[in-house]
Design a binder for this molecule. Structure first.
Ligand code: ARG
Length: 465
């Protein structure tokens, strides 16, 4: 830093030389925190209202402040606001513009507050707004999943463990597994919203303020259910942002799993699903390619959201009370997590209802992998064979099937009988795929009847949100 590489600042009093130009750029946050302008103005309008109520501002001053702030908001909306790095952050840019506009009254707005409680309020308001948008998008996705599950309640596909064919399941049931994951994500999101919905305004720099402020009033004006209870905690903790990122990381982990399945299922090896062209791209060199870019990108974006969670945890770790400038670093990870979640949910909510399952291919795949082997074992057990012996008998029958290229349901009764146990003609009922899924008819089971019940419950749940 050279001695001359400086520019003037607004700090006044305490300082005998201007901030170094690089330091100014290094410490400024306006380039990214200007995103908070609406919340910053909302907070200031409520603060001015309260200052007037308690007699710190006159009606005329309050009105000038509020009108001025609304004009500034309109100017920013139109992209005509001259943001300045010299003014460091969104708060000082707006306050300085207000003072330029209305004079002395503008300088009184900051009475009884600090940028520390101001920024803590802004970020909470911002996140609450975004959570409401995200909650809607998550609901739209869940509705899409339920709709598809209803259409596919009877569709049979192989269920997998270890990605090996295990037992037949209905595609509707598989989709409702996605629904359940997302349902827990939704409830995590609502928990996060409830905990962050308290108002830090009035905590001032760290210890509160000597003015006769009314914190209940600002809290309720801004839609918070109560003021925060400790000023030191209020200006310093960003656990609500960490909680949001943790919600985001788990959500994206769930979406990455669904993405992975879509990627597998749209491959020519599985061929279970057609993903409409509008969600895919081609290859610049291989003319036959149709790539599932949308699910691949969602899968990939999980990494950055996980990164943001770790970034915020690390940012907060070991910070002594109360506010530290470190916390300025909370914004970019949080903003990017919000954007990523919104985009990924939108992509999925658009894509899921458009999925085109290939029912015959799915059914054939279920048939190929001896998916009804457990049903045969259960049949033997019902007729008196101990389960371990039944397991052994069916294992031999499967070995025979592998050698002869036949599914269990394609063997003759005599073929099935040669490995032991008591098997009769009625065995073929349990060896059908339809019989196999219909038999798992209890809460949480894959039977179409249960899938339909689960869909009704889900619909009810979504309607009550
Ligand atoms: N830009 C700052 C932030 O994001 C605002 C609070 C600054 N407070 C302070 N005392 N320097 O955290």
């Amino acid at each position: 830093m050279s001695q001359n590489d400086t520019t003037s600042t607004l700090w006044g009093g305490r300082f005998s030389e201007a901030t170094d130009a690089f330091v100014q750029r290094f410490t400024a946050s306006v380039d990214f925190d200007k995103r908070l302008y609406r919340q910053d103005i909302r907070g200031s309008i409520a603060h001015a209202e309260m200052l007037c109520r308690v007699g710190v501002l006159s009606d005329a001053e309050k009105n000038a402040i509020q009108t001025g702030l609304k004009e500034i908001e309109a100017q920013i909306d139109k992209g005509e606001f001259p943001w300045s790095v010299e003014l460091e952050d969104v708060h000082m840019n707006i306050e300085s513009a207000l003072t330029q506009k209305i004079g002395i009254a503008g300088k009184k707005l900051h009475t009884g507050r600090s940028r520390n409680d101001q920024v803590a309020t802004d970020v909470r308001l911002y996140l609450r707004d975004e959570i409401d948008v995200i909650a809607k998008e998550l609901t739209r996705l869940q509705e899409g999943i339920v709709g598809l599950a209803e259409r596919e309640a009877d569709t049979i596909m192989p269920g997998f463990t270890h990605l090996q064919t295990a037992q037949p399941v209905t595609f509707g049931h598989h989709l409702l597994a996605w629904y359940e994951m997302l349902n827990r994500d939704y409830s995590r999101l609502m928990d996060c919203r409830r905990r962050l919905n308290q108002c830090p305004l009035g905590s001032a720099a760290l210890a509160g303020t000597t003015y006769p402020i009314d914190r209940d009033m600002t809290a309720s004006q801004l839609g918070f259910y109560q003021p925060t209870r400790n000023s030191l905690d209020s200006v310093s903790d960003r656990d609500f942002a960490i909680e949001f990122c943790s919600f985001a990381a788990i959500l994206l982990t769930h979406l990455s799993r669904a993405s992975e399945e879509l990627i597998l299922w749209t491959s020519s090896q599985f061929n279970f699903i057609n993903l409409p062209d509008r969600f895919c791209t081609g290859s610049s060199i291989m003319p036959q390619k149709k790539n599932p870019d949308v699910p691949e990108l969602v899968r990939g974006k999980t990494g950055r959201v996980n990164g943001h969670l770790i970034a915020l945890l690390t940012l907060m770790k070991s910070q002594p009370l109360a506010y530290n400038k470190d916390n300025q670093e909370d914004k970019e990870p949080l903003f990017d997590a919000v954007d990523t979640v919104r985009d990924c949910l939108r992509a999925f909510a658009d894509m899921v209802p458009a999925l085109e399952p290939k029912r015959e291919v799915m059914r054939e795949a279920a048939k190929r992998g001896f998916a009804t082997a457990t049903d045969l074992a259960d049949y033997l057990v019902r007729r008196g064979t101990p389960f371990r012996d039944a397991h052994e008998i069916v294992g031999k029958a499967v070995g025979h099937g592998v050698k002869t290229g036949k599914d269990l349901s394609e063997m003759s009764l005599a073929e099935l009988q040669q490995f032991g146990g008591s098997i009769e003609e009625d065995v073929f009922k349990v060896l059908t795929l339809e019989g196999s899924v219909a038999a798992r008819n209890h809460i949480g089971g894959t039977a179409p009847e249960q899938v339909r019940k689960a869909i009704a419950t889900a619909r009810q749940e979504l309607a009550e949100r």
